[in-house]
Design a protein around this ligand. Structure first.
Ligand SMILES: Cc1cc2nc3c(=O)[nH]c(=O)nc-3n(C[C@H](O)[C@H](O)[C@H](O)COP(=O)(O)O)c2cc1C
Length: 215
């Protein structure tokens, strides 16, 4: 196979990111960008983000998850704590989150430390999920090898019968992680590859240091 993609080329011209127009706190800029993208661009899932972990095998691995909440403290997503990513985070909490909103020609890259959120918060979110998603979380030993799809579907049927007419409790192996940022970079595509890159870094006194990076 020899597939040449060298003619794939796009000029980024929609927006700019200037020091005169940003907040001191990156979470506020995150909120502004998220809101703009969600409101003005047709992204489908604005809250879809890539989370990269360092695996037990020493390799980085990235996969998409859904951002379910963000506050000044950090970014929350939900997953199976026993999954490949769950085990990776337990061994090494340093992770990277990234968003690419191509319609807005924007990228955000976040380095941070992940930790489990309080169990009552995971309970609250689990309770708010549709019953099918609750059962899906319960039935899936995420990242384990399974014999067939049929096994999964049979196990689901068994759980449906077991919990008929009853509330489904959150399994202990499922819950939220919060990623507390130490660095957030905002990237805005610009013409002629002279993109805007603004990086916020948390210093030892927990103040955000802001720098422009060369594209
Ligand atoms: C759009 C999209 C949203 C997803 N959202 C989640 C999510 O919120 N939580 C999750 O555990 N997996 C989610 N997944 C599946 C993950 O990408 C991944 O397959 C799964 O978490 C297992 O990853 P692991 O084996 O590396 O732990 C999503 C996948 C896509 C494509």
């Amino acid at each position: 196979m020899n597939t040449d993609l060298s003619n794939y080329r796009k000029s980024y011209e929609k927006q700019e990111l200037l020091e005169s127009n940003i907040s001191e706190n990156p979470m506020e800029l995150f909120q502004k960008w998220f809101h703009e993208v969600d409101t003005h661009y047709n992204t489908g899932e604005t809250n879809a983000m890539t989370v990269s972990t360092i695996g037990l095998d020493g390799y980085p691995k990235s996969r998409v998850v859904l951002l379910k909440k963000y506050t000044h403290e950090g970014f929350i997503f939900y997953t199976n704590y026993e999954s490949e990513k769950g085990k990776a985070i337990t061994a090494n909490p340093n992770v990277c989150l990234s968003f690419f909103w191509h319609e807005a020609e924007r990228q955000i890259i976040i380095k941070g430390k992940a930790e489990k959120i309080a169990t009552n918060l995971s309970d609250g979110y689990f309770e708010s999920r549709p019953r099918g998603s609750q059962l899906g979380a319960l039935v899936s030993k995420q990242s384990d090898v399974i014999e067939s799809r049929e096994v999964l579907e049979n196990n689901l049927k068994a759980l449906e019968n077991e919990f008929e007419g009853k509330d489904i409790p959150r399994p202990e192996f499922w819950g939220g992680f919060i990623v507390k940022p130490v660095e957030i970079e905002f990237w805005q595509g610009r013409p002629n590859r002279l993109h805007d890159r603004i990086r916020y870094q948390l210093d030892s006194e927990y103040n955000w240091q802001i720098h422009r990076l060369s594209p």
